[in-house]
Every structure is written in structure tokens, then in C-alpha cells.
Design a protein around this ligand. Structure first.
Ligand code: ADP
Ligand code: MG
Ligand code: MG
Length: 310
């Protein structure tokens, strides 16, 4: 239907990692497009087997189970990569992002289910088992040491971005050059659709302001108020935890991060939500090529900071 003729648009959707995953590809025929979808979603399923915190047998949970044993545990290339990126983001965000928050995330999950706010001692006990400096990585041996018993890794803050990035690699291997993977709001984009100058992506501040962007060869992620929160005594706590207090964020933050890598944009949307506008202004300089839109709501007060162009 265009001068570029041979390529058609195909769109596929699948529920994965607890979220809707959507793949768009421009391909020469149905069978290539379907193969791309099978490879992309298959890759996400493979990663979920490794990184799911819901299955005891997942590689990440088996690794956590060895915490405090003093053993360096050899891990798959995939698990090593995601932990390596996590650690590097932790260092650059002064711990606003922390992949070792598992014990605290688990505690809040149980509390939400029971509707009982955890006691201060319970929070302190869970917090005592966290801290990214207790996770050591050895790239040469592709192995991990968790120095303290009871540690638990949780890649919820960047797993979907990583999955999107990896899924797009599969699509590219098939020679497809125009593709988009939207992994529950964590988006990775390759070249623009044929005959256009970019993918049309809308982002918003969650209320009155909308931006229509044309983007390509980049990634973006939004973290924000979802149905995933805990309400106690009329107060809402986000599922994003402040690693200093061990408590879900109290104020309402919505963050969009745009940067060259999907794993990092996902991690940064989470980290900048924790850091808030003022600290993010400094932190973002450590991530070249990154723009952000951060909206903080504290009661009636709304503060926004936006460096996203267009
Ligand atoms: P979502 O994946 O729900 O869109 P995020 O990417 O912000 O949103 O990830 C939130 C998840 O990350 C939480 O459910 C939890 O598993 C984990 N998490 C919570 N707080 C942090 C934090 N400070 N650093 C890293 N991961 C976190
Ligand atoms: Mg997540
Ligand atoms: Mg995230």
C-alpha cells in the first residue's frame, strides 16, 4: 500500500511476565512475521524461566537460596548480564535502584495480601538482608556471590526492559529492520516504519499534558502509578520501594526515561522515581543520551521536570 510496497505491518500480542507484550514488525510476508513473533515471545519466555521470582526453581531463586553460603555461584550469561547492569545502575544512582530489595518486596507482597501493615521490626529485619554492595560479580567466571544469608534478588525493576531488548535482537536476526516491542510500557524501537521518519509514541504526565513523539533506534520506559499499590489507613504506597526506608514510595511519581538501551531505561524509570526531581537532575548526567519526564505529586502540589524534546 505504499511505494515501499513489499513490507506489511504485522502486530502480535501476548501476556508475558504479568503484562501485555506487544510486537510490531514490518515484514515481507506472513511467515517471516510469524516467525519473528515466535522467536521474540519465545525469548521472553526463556528469560522468564530464568528470572521469575514466582517459581522456586528459577535460576535467580536458586541463586538467592545460596546466599550466605560463601560460594561463588556460576550463572547463565543472561542472568549475569542483567545483574551486571543492575549493579552498575545501583552505583550510578547511589542505590536508588537496588536489585537486592527482594526480601522487602516479598514482605510488602505478603502484607498487601493480608491487608496488615508490617511492624517496624519486620521492615528492619527485611532491610537488613538488602544492599547491592552485598552482591559481588565475577565477569570472567560468570559467577555471583551473595555475601549474606537470606538475600533475595528481584529484577522486577528492569526485567521487562531487558526482555524487550533481547526480543528485538531475535527479530533483527531475521533481517527485519523495522520493529517495536512494548513490554508492558517498556518499549524498544528499531528503524522507523518504511516510508516514515519515526514511530509515533505518545507519552503523558498522567493528567493534562501529552507529548506526541516520533522516535527510532531508542528505548523508553514509564514507571508510574498502576493498580499495583498497597493502601493502608487511607495512604497509598507504591510497589516501588525506597531503599533507604524499606517502604513503598508515599508520594505519587510518574517517570518516563528515554535512552539508548531498553534495560537501562526501565531501570532508570524506577530509580528516578525513587530519587525524585532534584536528585535526578544530577544523576541523569551519568547516563549519556538520556532524557526524562518526571512528575511528582505530593497532596495538591505537583512538580514536573521534563527534558524530553519535541
Ligand atoms: P513495573 O515493572 O511495575 O512497570 P518498575 O519497572 O518501576 O514498574 O518496577 C517495579 C518493581 O521493581 C517492583 O515491583 C519491585 O519488584 C522492584 N523494585 C521496587 N523498588 C525497587 C527499587 N528501588 N530498585 C529496584 N527495583 C525495585
Ligand atoms: Mg518491572
Ligand atoms: Mg523499571
Amino acid at each position: 500500500d505504499s511505494v515501499f510496497g513489499q513490507e506489511k505491518r504485522y502486530s502480535f500480542e501476548k501476556g508475558l511476565m504479568g503484562s501485555p507484550f506487544k510486537l510490531v514488525v514490518y515484514a515481507a510476508n506472513d511467515s517471516i512475521a510469524e516467525l519473528a513473533a515466535a522467536k521474540a515471545f519465545g525469548r521472553v519466555e526463556e528469560l522468564n524461566e530464568i528470572m521469575s521470582d514466582y517459581r522456586d526453581g528459577s535460576e535467580i531463586n536458586r541463586l538467592s537460596a545460596q546466599s550466605g553460603s560463601g560460594k561463588w555461584v556460576p550463572v547463565s550469561k543472561d542472568l549475569f548480564e542483567i545483574l551486571d547492569i543492575s549493579l552498575s545502575v545501583s552505583k550510578k544512582t547511589k542505590g536508588a535502584f537496588d536489585v537486592t530489595l527482594g526480601p522487602v518486596v516479598q514482605m510488602w507482597r505478603h502484607a498487601t495480601r493480608k491487608g496488615i501493615f508490617p511492624a517496624q521490626e519486620e521492615i528492619a529485619a527485611a532491610m537488613q538482608k538488602t544492599g547491592y554492595s552485598k552482591m559481588k560479580l565475577n565477569r570472567k567466571a560468570s559467577s555471583v556471590l551473595l555475601t549474606q544469608k537470606g538475600m533475595r534478588l528481584d529484577i522486577g525493576g528492569l526485567g521487562k526492559g531487558f526482555a524487550a531488548e533481547e526480543a528485538i535482537k531475535e527479530v533483527k536476526k531475521l533481517g527485519i529492520t523495522s520493529a517495536m516491542m512494548d513490554a508492558g510500557g517498556k518499549i524498544v524501537l528499531t528503524n522507523p516504519p518504511p516510508g516514515t521518519d519515526g514511530w509515533n509514541i505518545n507519552i503523558s504526565n498522567g493528567s493534562d499534558s501529552l507529548k506526541a513523539l516520533k522516535l527510532s533506534n531508542i528505548s523508553l520506559a514509564t514507571s508510574g502509578p498502576t493498580y499495583r499499590y498497597m493502601e493502608y489507613n487511607g495512604v497509598r504506597y507504591s510497589h516501588i520501594v525506597d531503599p533507604v526506608t524499606g517502604i513503598g514510595l508515599l508520594f505519587h511519581v510518574r517517570t518516563t526515561a528515554i535512552c539508548p538501551n531498553g534495560t537501562i531505561s526501565d531501570a532508570l524509570a524506577t530509580a528516578f522515581s525513587v530519587a525524585g526531581i532534584e536528585k535526578t537532575k544530577k544523576m541523569v548526567r551519568k547516563f549519556p543520551g538520556t532524557t526524562v519526564w518526571l512528575v511528582e505529586r505530593k497532596g495538591d502540589r505537583v512538580a514536573e521536570w521534563n527534558t524530553i524534546k519535541q
